[in-house]
Design a protein around this ligand. Structure first.
Ligand code: PCA
Length: 200
């Protein structure tokens, strides 16, 4: 049986950790039978590239892409990847792309084919803090999401990908406003485990 590929990102913009990287460590330990993990650099040039070369070599049942969305209070199931980049922040290579389309001539938006509405309903019934989001932002996560959905489409792949953004962990709040939302790692793990069971 093909595994589910789960990607995460390294810490970025001065953070000491990225909850998505911590989640990958946990998946490697507890879900190795179901998942394969891939840690990506927060790099516009490298992240989509590394993911695509992985997809060329292996086949997977689905792809879940994890990343941190500081300031959000719920786990965000990203329905859509926009063909647009707009950010004030350089990536880890020091590169800041100019505002504009990601892929000239490609669709303005690409949607996940995974059933995020069903997931949301089911997870809310279980009292888990999730939401559907219609923007994965203007930075490396949306950029990698768009490239991945576009690559899958170009290569006629039946599998789909979904980006899932998670909030800060409490340990990341020391240098931030007290009102900044955060989430327990255990809650993130529960949400992810539920989604994995649905995909398995
Ligand atoms: N979040 C960033 C990039 C890496 C990450 O975890 C984003 O939302 O674009």
């Amino acid at each position: 049986m093909s595994k589910i590929l789960i990607t995460g990102f390294r810490p970025f913009l001065g953070e000491k950790v990225n909850p998505s990287e911590i989640l990958l460590e946990w998946l490697k330990k507890d879900f190795a039978h179901l998942t394969e993990t891939l840690l990506l650099p927060v790099s516009f040039s490298e992240a989509p590239q590394q993911l695509q070369s992985h997809l060329q070599k292996n086949s997977y049942a689905a792809i879940l892409m994890l990343g941190q969305a500081g300031g959000r209070s719920k786990v965000s199931l990203e329905r859509v990847a926009l063909n647009w980049t707009e950010t004030e922040h350089p990536d880890e290579d020091g590169f800041k792309p100019s505002r504009g389309v990601i892929q000239q001539g490609s669709e303005s938006a690409l949607f996940t084919a995974l059933p995020v509405s069903e997931w949301k309903e089911d997870l809310l019934q279980k009292n888990l803090p999730v939401e559907i989001s219609l923007s994965a932002g203007g930075y490396v996560c949306n950029y990698t999401y768009y490239h991945t959905l576009n690559w899958l489409k170009m290569h006629d792949k039946a599998l789909s990908a979904c980006f899932i953004h998670v909030p800060y962990l409490k340990q990341q709040l020391a240098d931030k406003a007290q009102t900044t939302p955060s989430m327990e790692l255990e809650t993130m793990k529960t949400v992810l485990a539920e989604i994995l069971f649905k995909l398995a």
